[in-house]
Design a protein around this ligand. Structure first.
Ligand SMILES: *Cc1c(COP(=O)(O)O)cnc(C)c1O
Ligand SMILES: [Zn+2]
Length: 558
């Protein structure tokens, strides 16, 4: 049975039954059209059937703009895991931080949803040759799905796309056209080429299928969150997060994700809309900058200044006012991060929670760190970050020289002995290195916090680390080990940090050892006075980041 749905113009509201893809309103000529479904019967079907359906994005079939299921081109896209931030959540003092792991798609980015639906629609429409302009990931994903569907693809890429990504595109048999200009210029060149050759061109956010595909991110998040946290009282087992965070280029993702949540809301599956956090690269942030300047229309960026080519869209067009209105009406945030902040977030994400991702995805993480720091995102709020893609073409400059160990078998044994992984190995190696080693005592009764502090130290260098889980044992340890540095928690059984500090500061051999206090407690003015002049620095758990802590440690050891 063919699916019935409508297409509605966002400007004049003209509504027609969907027959085949259309790009402009036949009444007013506007090019922002939306698929529009009869939601009530679909909600009923979903309540009855969804739980027993197969787990990929096509389980949401009724709300996807394809008429016949025979035309589906699929490689198991969607159904990516929703991962809780274990260590990072602990470190940031944020319990409800989740990552939607879109790296786990068939070509390793959330563009796979878009490709699966858009290429299915091309197949249904009988298109056999198509053109796409891309900053990399759309081209890779469309190439894979076009190969499966037997569609010839022309990919127009800006010359700043990493060569590894370009080669990946070419591997699928796509014709790669490298344009030595910005992404916005590349789009124009591609459109001219397509019109000259009479070929179909994918119009990104103005392609209904592309936009609709992104809804499945919202559907999955709500289903998965409901599973881990329970629903909001709807009784249906779904749940909306308080925040959806994404790094943004053209903004197709947030536009589609928003529409997905809105449909869920209208169907009664969720009882609120999330706030959107739009994160852009500081060197190409037309939306964020225009938003902060209070502009109703975007001021375009003609010369993007970012190494993160994936997100270098300088002219967001109608997407900007659309997202701006959402943020103004529903709350939310638009924020920039620098390339360096994104690269640092890449390291933090990989080291802390085992997630390696490409810089474009790490931008969203850097954005979360920033918004948490600014308290725009509140500690109790449920946050879902789209980890939008994977770093298979690790850019060389990120790692510098010598990031790989090239060794023979004999050297490998020595290397293994130096490896910080097993505790004994680390100690042996540190003892061997002796004079250069910095000795650190950690006194902390919360095992998770202690583990984190240790991880941070280990990730950064050759520290000799001693740990005690209460004040009394800590004092013994200090006497015994004569550390170069003490990391001290305040609230501990037996002997608290305040008292310990007083003892240490009275002893001649110890009074010059720097102490960094790490505490979960909000200090009273009186307590602050007690610490004043006695500690090297004071770190509030939940607000310190790896880099802050490390800077303090390095500073203290100078
Ligand atoms: C496309 C892409 C983005 C930007 O998404 P938009 O919604 O198109 O702005 C971010 N990260 C990765 C990895 C991408 O491939
Ligand atoms: Zn219209």
């Amino acid at each position: 049975m063919e699916k019935q749905f409508h297409v509605t113009c966002a400007r004049c509201g003209h509504r027609v039954p969907y027959v085949a893809p259309v790009t402009v309103c036949e009444q007013c000529g506007y090019d922002w059209l939306d698929a529009d479904y009869d939601l009530e019967p679909i909600a009923e079907t979903w309540r009855a059937e969804l739980a027993s359906r197969s787990c990929n994005m096509w389980r949401y079939w009724e709300l996807l703009p394809l008429r016949e299921s025979d035309h589906i081109v699929s490689m198991g896209e969607g159904n990516t895991p929703l991962l809780r931030a274990e260590n990072l959540g602990m470190m940031l003092g944020h319990r409800h931080l989740y990552f939607k792991d879109e790296r786990q798609g068939p070509t390793s980015s959330f563009k796979d949803r878009q490709a699966s639906l858009a290429i299915s629609v091309l197949k249904e429409t009988g298109v056999t040759e198509a053109v796409v302009a891309s900053t990399g990931n759309v081209a890779i994903s469309y190439s894979a799905y076009c190969a499966r569907a037997g569609i010839k693809l022309w990919a127009f890429l800006t010359s700043t796309v990493p060569a590894d990504k370009m080669r990946e595109v070419a591997l699928y048999g796509t014709e790669v056209v490298k344009v030595t200009s910005t992404y916005d210029r590349t789009k124009i060149v591609a459109a001219k080429f397509a019109s000259h050759k009479g070929l179909f061109i994918d119009r990104g956010v103005r392609n209904i299928a592309a936009k609709e595909s992104m809804k499945t991110v919202a559907f999955e998040i709500a289903e998965q969150l409901g599973r881990v946290m329970g629903d909001d009282g709807t009784g249906l087992g779904w749940r909306a997060p308080d925040w959806y965070v994404q790094s943004v280029s053209g903004g197709l993702g947030p536009v589609g994700v928003w529409k997905g949540f809105r449909e869920l809301y209208r169907m009664g599956f969720i009882d609120k809309m999330p706030k959107l956090a739009i994160i852009q690269a500081a060197g190409c942030a037309p939306m964020v900058n225009s938003f902060k300047a209070g502009l109703g229309e975007a001021e375009n960026v003609t010369e993007p200044q970012t190494r993160i080519t994936t997100v270098a869209t300088g002219s967001p067009g109608a997407v900007y006012p659309f997202l701006r209105n959402i943020v103004l009406e529903h709350g939310g945030a638009m924020e920039t991060v620098t390339d360096e902040e994104a690269f640092r977030a890449m390291h933090v994400m990989a080291k802390m929670d085992g997630l390696s991702m490409e810089p474009a995805a790490a931008m969203a993480c850097a954005g979360v760190f920033k918004l948490l720091g600014q308290q725009v995102i509140k500690p109790h709020e449920v946050v879902v970050v789209n980890v939008s893609g994977h770093t298979f073409p690790v850019e060389k400059h990120l790692l510098g020289d010598g990031w790989a160990h090239t060794v023979g078998t004999a050297e490998a044994v020595a290397l293994a002995a130096r490896s910080p992984a097993p505790r004994e190995g680390l100690m042996t190696a540190l003892n061997r290195l002796d004079g250069r080693v910095k000795r650190v005592v950690i006194i902390e009764d919360d095992p998770d916090a202690a583990r984190l502090l240790r991880r941070i130290l280990q990730a950064r260098g050759q520290y000799q680390i001693f740990e005690a889980n209460n004040g009394r044992a800590g004092l013994d340890l200090i006497h015994h080990e004569h550390p170069d540095l003490i990391l001290l928690d305040l609230m501990m059984p037996e002997l608290d940090g305040f008292t310990l500090l007083e003892i240490v500061k009275k002893e001649e051999t110890l009074q010059n050892v720097p102490v960094i206090v790490v505490t979960a407690k909000d200090l009273t003015p009186d307590e602050r006075r007690r610490l004043n002049g006695q500690v090297e620095s004071l770190l509030q758990k939940g607000s310190f980041m790896e880099e802050d802590l490390l800077e303090d440690i390095l500073g203290a050891l100078e």
